[in-house]
Ligand binder design. Sequence first.
Ligand SMILES: Cc1cc2nc3c(=O)[nH]c(=O)nc-3n(C[C@H](O)[C@H](O)[C@H](O)COP(=O)(O)O)c2cc1C
Length: 193
Amino acid sequence: MPRLTIVIASTRPGRAGLAMGEWFAARARAHGAFSVAVVDLARLDLPLLDEPRHPRLRQYTHGHTKEWSATAGASDAFVFVTPEYNTGYPATLKNAIDYLHHEWLYKPVGFVSYGGVAAGTRAVQQLKQVVTTLRMYPIVDTVAVPFFQQFIDDEGRVQANDVMEQAAVAMLDELARVEAVTRALRVEIAQPA
Ligand SMILES: Cc1cc2nc3c(=O)[nH]c(=O)nc-3n(C[C@H](O)[C@H](O)[C@H](O)COP(=O)(O)O)c2cc1C
């Protein structure tokens, strides 16, 4: 089974991102196309990029980079769970992306975004520009949650509506399709002729 890694981008105390990430992880497990892992950037706790060499060279010097590289490298697909900060995506996610290079290549990525009226979509638009530089395949079907507070209950859990549930399935279906057809590209770079 291909491995899907869900990355929770926000790290603030009291963040909504954890609830959003946990909700989506449960949906991804129920979907059944992937084995699912969750990386919470608050727990990963990467410092601001502190590697001396470009990640293309893979000459990582720090344990935290090697650990992140192993996790991302073992993944076949990603979902980034992101808020919108000042109409962009959080610096924590950019930092985590910039640490690596080969680990992202030719892998599909979906987005769960949340915010006010724009539902985090401006953050996703920015992310698409960055992930395509890394030859990732952004999935068109997204889960975009407007006025997200209405979907978080008193216990801090997401109570999704039908639109969110259907969007999650559509995204996971498409992620599985794109993961399958891009596998050959990843095998090619792993075993160059
Ligand atoms: C620094 C900062 C900037 C924000 N900018 C936006 C924004 O541009 N658009 C938006 O919809 N919400 C914005 N918000 C509100 C967030 O949607 C809300 O705080 C949300 O809880 C952030 O996700 P998090 O709790 O996972 O950190 C901003 C929040 C913060 C802390």
